[in-house]
Structure formats: structure tokens, C-alpha cells
Design a protein around this ligand. Structure first.
Ligand SMILES: *Cc1c(COP(=O)(O)O)cnc(C)c1O
Length: 431
């Protein structure tokens, strides 16, 4: 499969090049040249396949023969090695739990898949590649865990100081080895800007080979299609007409869901639910794309003012707002809404939401109120324990801590403090 840059459709690259570069030289995001279509028989019989078989069938056409069958199957198997259960919360509302992976967040899937691909492409190279990643919280932990000890790969993670949870910070800063953490005195958008500048900096590029592990990388973005197929597999028997509500920040996850629909998964509608960083909900209302400044919220992994992947969402609909509106709705919620929902859903349904899942739940309820004939699945993107620090008092003590994360709290943080300043970052990278 060839990929083209959304800045310049004439610029094309193989899957391998797209994975290694992360972003096209003209700063455009890579987009697949064709939208494959899956065999309808495969969709009809989805429930007869294992999760790993589904993952392989779904991703194969996006890679073509650039990774041989056996190697790709191994990458998919290593990625989908934990469960993705659906839980009924109430009425027509189901949670798709994506937090059963090593770092308790859905980003484990994209990060592990990308680590597998990069490891494969670098298998006979002797020049190490540096994965640069800006994180608003969860990406960093998932990337650190996914790439830990992958030979030939160094990882540098930038995170906004004091804007990630205690557990998230531990996940970023305690592995050591090939994983380095930079604590930036700024916001996630500052971190992302610094990373983007580094990719365009010829001095750095000649000093180290860089790649990105943000959701702009096709190897992180596309495997997120798996969730939607695995949800459909579990729901299909009883409820064929599905709406997915996705708590959205950088819009990679929901865009993968929409790609899943484009290649043949039957989905009636998508709801993007954001916190007050509501650039996309405002755009859907007035057609003006006006990113403000990122504002910190309870759902901090979605504190993104200028969501990179939204251009891909638009591309899927030929950049037509009316066409997009047929399939896609966006709502925004305040922290007050989020906290109230966490309390209420625990009290009434005994289901513990994390703040991101709560935003998704709210979006789903708002949409289902207008479309009661549909069945809704919201994506529960992180385990509530990751955000225990800021959970409303009424539920905080009810959050249980999975035993495997307990040991993290005792480990020592190891991070380099940097100002939100590109030159400081560049000096550090050029050492
Ligand atoms: C990253 C993240 C999101 C947002 O996903 P995007 O693909 O950036 O829209 C939502 N919830 C959690 C817990 C996350 O870590």
C-alpha cells in the first residue's frame, strides 16, 4: 500500500517509509492511497474468528507485502494479547473496555503494533532510530512499555510537567534502559510543537534518525481499527445498528473507527465527545476551524486544542462538512459534567468510569436521546485508577488498583526538566 501526504497528494511513500518518517517531509500526515474493502462474508462471520485473526485480516491490506505474513501475524498476536471486553452499563449503553493492556490505556495497542513494525523494518540496520513522542499522559506510558528493550530503538518522551497523573508519570519515568523522559515546563501543545519542530530540523536529522510515535504515525493510527471490529464481534448477535461514542483528543482513535467503517464495518454513526477543548464541536457547528489554547481538564489525555488527526477525518469524507455530518456528531462537556457523571453512573449502575470514559458516556447518552433505536457503545479508554488523584471524592475510595500497578508507586522517577523552549530541547538532542 502506498501512502500520500495530505499536504501534497503527489508526495507518496511506502508503508515502511511512512512508519519510519512518521510525518511527510512537507509536514503532511500520511493517508492510504486506496481505501480497501473487506469481504462482506468476513464481516458476516466475524464471530467465528479469533481476535488475532480479525486483526490480521483488517490490517493486512494497509501493509500489502511489505511485512511477510508470518512476521505480521506475530506482530498482531503480540499486540492483541489481552482482552477487550464489552460490559453492559444500562439500557442500550455498553462500554468497550480498552484498558486491560500493560499500561491500562487503549494506546497500548497502537504503541505495541508500531513497535513491532519498527522492530521488523530495523531488523538488519545498525544505525539506531530515535522515537520522539509528545504525550498528554497516556501515549508516553504506552510507547515506553511497547518499545522497552526493542533493539535499535531509543525513545524520548516529552510530557507537560504537573499535567499528568502520578501513575502516568511513573509509567513514563521509571523504566530506564532505552526510554528517556523529558519533563517540559509547559502544556501538551508546547511538547507537540517542540517535537514537530525537531522533525523539520536538518541539524537534528543529520545527528540522529528520528521517527514519531504519536497517533499521526500510520502504524499507531490504523491498528486502532481493531477495537471497533472486536466490539462488533461481541455485539453482533443481538444489536446490529451501532453507534460508537469516542472520547477524543487528537482524534486518532475515532478516525480509525471511521476508517473501519470505510473498509466495511457496519456502523450507523460516530460521536466524538471532547472536554472543553472543543475545537471540533465548534467546527461542526459553524464550519470554522479555530484552535484555541489547550486548557487543562480532568480528562487530561484529551487536552488538545489542535487535534492532528482531524484532517484525516475530513479526508475520509472528501473534505465535505455536510457529508461528514451524516455520519459524525461532536459534543463537548465540562469537568463538572464529567465528575457528576462518574458519581451518577457509579451510584445508579455500579460501573466505574474514568474521566475520559465519562465524557464518552455523556456523548453517547446525548446522541441516543435523539436516536433511541440505536445501540450505543462508548469506548472506556483508560482504567479509572490512572486518574484516581482527581476522581470525585464520592467515588475515589471505590476505585480498585490492579495488583500489577501497585509496584510502580514505589519506583523512582527519572526525568530531565526542560523549559518549553525549542533551543533547550535541541541542545539536549544534539548532545
Ligand atoms: C489518548 C487518549 C484519548 C484520546 O484519544 P485520541 O486518539 O487522541 O482522540 C482518550 N482517552 C484516553 C484515556 C487517552 O489516553
Amino acid at each position: 500500500m502506498q501512502y500520500y501526504s495530505l499536504q501534497d497528494p503527489q508526495h507518496k511513500a511506502s508503508f515502511e517509509t511512512a512508519v519510519i518518517q512518521g510525518i511527510a517531509p512537507d509536514k503532511g500526515l500520511y493517508f492510504p492511497e486506496q481505501i480497501p474493502s473487506l469481504d462482506p462474508e468476513f464481516i458476516t462471520h466475524l464471530h467465528t474468528y479469533t481476535d488475532q485473526e480479525i486483526g490480521y485480516e483488517v490490517i493486512r491490506p494497509f501493509i500489502g507485502d511489505e511485512i511477510p505474513e508470518a512476521a505480521l501475524k506475530k506482530i498482531v498476536n503480540d499486540t492483541l494479547h489481552f482482552p477487550f471486553p464489552i460490559q453492559k452499563v444500562t439500557g442500550h449503553t455498553y462500554a468497550l473496555e480498552l484498558f486491560h493492556g500493560p499500561t491500562l490505556a487503549f494506546k497500548d495497542v497502537g504503541a505495541r503494533f508500531m513497535a513491532g513494525c519498527l522492530g521488523y523494518f530495523r531488523r538488519s540496520s545498525n544505525r539506531p532510530v530515535t522515537v520522539l513522542v509528545a504525550t498528554s499522559g497516556d501515549t508516553g506510558g504506552a510507547v515506553a512499555s511497547g518499545f522497552y528493550n526493542v533493539p535499535g530503538v531509543d525513545v524520548v518522551i516529552l510530557y507537560p510537567s504537573k499535567k499528568v497523573s502520578t501513575l502516568q508519570e511513573k509509567q513514563l519515568t521509571t523504566l530506564g534502559g532505552n526510554i528517556r523522559a523529558l519533563e517540559v515546563q509547559g502544556t501538551f501543545d508546547d511538547c507537540q510543537r517542540m517535537v514537530k519542530s525537531a522533525f523539520l530540523d536538518a541539524d537534528i536529522q543529520s545527528h540522529r534518525q528520528l521517527t514519531s510515535a504519536n497517533s499521526i504515525n500510520v502504524a499507531r493510527w490504523l491498528p486502532q481499527m481493531f477495537y471497533y471490529f472486536l466490539a462488533y464481534k461481541q455485539m453482533k448477535a443481538a444489536h446490529p445498528r451501532l453507534v460508537f461514542a469516542v472520547p477524543s483528543g487528537n482524534f486518532g482513535n475515532i478516525c480509525a473507527g471511521m476508517m473501519a467503517a470505510a473498509i466495511g464495518l457496519p456502523v450507523s454513526h460516530f460521536v466524538a465527545a471532547t472536554n472543553i477543548n472543543d475545537t471540533v464541536p465548534r467546527f461542526m457547528q459553524n464550519g470554522q476551524y479555530e484552535p484555541g489554547k489547550a486548557v487543562p481538564t480532568l480528562s487530561n489525555a484529551m487536552d488538545v486544542a489542535d487535534p492532528s488527526n482531524f484532517v484525516r477525518v475530513l479526508q475520509l469524507f472528501g473534505n465535505s462538512l455536510p457529508a461528514l455530518k451524516e455520519k459524525f456528531t461532536a459534543y463537548a462537556y465540562t469537568d463538572k459534567d464529567t465528575a457528576r457523571t462518574m458519581e451518577q453512573v457509579w451510584k445508579e449502575h455500579h460501573y466505574m468510569l474514568d474521566p475520559h470514559g465519562a465524557v464518552g458516556y455523556l456523548g453517547l447518552q446525548q446522541f441516543l436521546a435523539e436516536a433511541p433505536e440505536l445501540t450505543g457503545v462508548f469506548l472506556e479508554t483508560a482504567h479509572p485508577v490512572k486518574f484516581e488523584d482527581t476522581a470525585p471524592k464520592a467515588v475515589r475510595d471505590e476505585i480498585h488498583t490492579p495488583p500489577r500497578v501497585m509496584s510502580l508507586y514505589g519506583k523512582e522517577k527519572n526525568a530531565t526538566l526542560l523549559p518549553a523552549d525549542y533551543d533547550a530541547f535541541k541542545n539536549w538532542l544534539m548532545r
